[in-house]
Design a protein around this ligand. Structure first.
Ligand code: COA
Length: 249
C-alpha cells in the first residue's frame, strides 16, 4: 500500500525492487494483482497465469424468477448425493482444541505435482485462529471418530454470499458438499463461492457461473532465475490454491 499522496512516483516499484533484493532464499512469489498494481508487478518479472475463477453452489432463493432461483435449480441438478456424515458449525475454542490434538493430514493437500501451502497445525492456528484482521466461521465434518475435515468460511450476509476461504482434511479428504446443510442453516438463500483452483473432487457440485466465465482475480507468479523448481509454476493446474492462501484481509 502506497499512501495516495505519494502514488505514481515509482514507490511501489522500488518496494518490489527492495523485496527482490532482500527476500533471499525464496523460490517463488505468488499473489494476485488488481488494475492498479498489475503493471508494476509485470515490469518486475511477475507473469500473469490465469484468472482465479469462482465456482458456486446456490443454497436457496427468495424470489422467482431470479438469478438465485436459476442457480439453485442448476445446483440441485449437479449437486452430489446428500452427505452421509454429520457436519456442523463450531466455535473458535473448539477449533483450537481440535488443532491441538495429534492429527494426521490427508492426501488432497499434497496432490502430487501441485504446489500447495503446507497446512500444519501452527500455520492453521496462525492463519485462521490468531489472525488480527479477520474473524472466520468454522465448520467441521466428522466422517469417523479419528478423522475430520474443516471448512473455513467468511459470511457476507449483506451480499448473500458464503466464501470458502479454505478446506482441509485430517485423515479424510475435504468435500465442500459435506457442509451444505450447516451453510443452509446459517444463510438459507446464500451463494457459496470457492475458487476453481481447489481440486474438482473437493468442490464436486460447484459450477462456474456462466455469466462470469474467464473472469476473476488475476493470479501472478514470479520465479527466481537459477532456483530450479520441482514443478512448472506457469500452469495454474499445478497449484492447490484457496482464498486463504492469497487473501490477507
Ligand atoms: C497499487 C499501488 C501500490 C501502486 O503504487 P505506486 O507507487 O503508485 O506505483 P508506481 O508509481 O511504482 O507505478 C508502477 C507502475 O504501475 C502503474 N500504475 C500505478 N498506479 C496505477 C493505477 N492506479 N492504474 C494503472 N496503472 C497504475 C504505473 O503507471 C507504473 O507503470 P509505468 O512505470 O509503466 O508507468 C498503489 O496504487 C496503492 O497502494 N493502491 C492501493 C492498495 C493496492 O491496491 N495495493 C495492491 C494490492 S495487489
Amino acid at each position: 500500500m502506497v499512501h495516495p499522496s505519494f502514488r505514481g512516483q515509482g514507490i511501489f516499484t522500488r518496494l518490489l525492487d527492495f523485496g527482490l533484493e532482500h527476500f533471499t532464499g525464496l523460490d517463488l512469489f505468488f499473489n494476485f494483482a488488481n488494475p492498479a498494481s498489475a503493471a508494476g508487478f509485470a515490469k518486475r518479472g511477475w507473469r500473469f497465469l490465469a484468472p482465479l475463477e469462482d465456482r458456486v453452489c446456490q443454497l436457496g432463493y427468495d424470489s422467482i424468477p431470479s438469478r438465485a432461483s436459476l442457480l439453485w435449480i442448476w445446483s440441485l441438478i449437479v449437486r452430489p448425493t446428500r452427505s452421509p456424515y454429520p457436519s456442523r458449525r463450531i466455535a473458535a475454542d473448539e477449533l483450537a482444541t481440535r488443532l491441538s490434538e495429534d492429527i494426521r493430514f490427508s492426501a488432497p493437500i499434497t496432490s502430487p505435482g501441485r504446489a500447495a501451502v503446507i497446512r500444519d497445525k501452527a500455520y492453521l492456528r496462525w492463519r485462521y485462529l490468531n489472525h488480527p484482521f479477520n474473524t472466520y466461521d468454522y465448520y467441521i465434518c466428522e466422517p469417523t471418530p479419528d478423522s475430520f475435515s474443516l471448512a473455513i468460511c467468511r459470511s457476507r450476509a449483506c451480499a448473500g454470499r458464503i466464501e470458502v476461504i479454505d478446506a482441509i482434511g485430517f485423515g479424510v479428504p475435504p468435500r465442500l458438499a459435506d457442509w451444505l446443510e450447516p451453510w443452509a442453516a446459517a444463510d438459507p438463500t446464500a451463494t457459496v463461492v470457492t475458487w476453481h483452483t481447489l481440486p474438482s473432487q473437493v468442490r464436486a457440485g460447484f459450477f462456474g457461473n456462466p455469466l462470469r466465465r474467464g473472469q476473476g482475480r488475476p493470479f501472478l507468479v514470479r520465479d527466481f532465475p537459477g532456483r530450479p523448481l520441482p514443478f512448472s509454476p506457469w500452469d495454474l493446474a499445478n497449484w492447490y490454491l484457496t482464498r486463504g492462501d492469497l487473501e490477507i484481509t
